[in-house]
Design a protein around this ligand. Sequence first.
Ligand code: AMP
Length: 177
Amino acid sequence: MEAIADPAGLTKFIRDVPDFPKKGIVFKDITPLLGDPRAFRTAIDRLAAPFEDKHIAQVAGVESRGFLLAGAVAMKLGAGLIPIRKKGKLPRRVLRAQYALEYGKDMVECHADAARRGSKILLIDDVLATGGTAAASVRLLELLGARVAGIAFLIELDFLNGRKKLKNHSVHSLIHY
Ligand code: AMP
């Protein structure tokens, strides 16, 4: 199967859903991209490309849409997979990192033995918005003693400046709004 040539062509597989999950939010629905074999393959190839020679040991995906991308990128890079989960989902001892929401707080967790000390990890999520989720995920991976070798997103919402929270890291996004 041939990948579509124009990377910018991926935007036509992203659907804007106004006022979801609440008023004022324009939700970026990636299900058309996931459902199209060539667009999905192109996205995975392009998310993985900058990290192909970086000896990534594991790819960490953020629940839940990040899982859909991280698993495929891990296969492409010959790496393992670390699920970064929302609070209370993992059965064994966890490490956790908190982040602020508009109202209140949330938490990401992973198993305390999910990575070896010093191993190189690529963090993946579908959307970089304010950066709170990704910054907490980075802290979590660092608590494990791992090295975050890069962070990749399908979509970055530039106007929310989430990248600022990820300074000192190599951030790579396929589509910018
Ligand atoms: P943030 O912590 O603000 O960077 O939000 C990132 C997380 O929330 C990601 O896991 C996204 O899946 C989700 N998210 C935030 N904003 C949007 C949006 N406009 N469309 C789809 N998902 C979003």
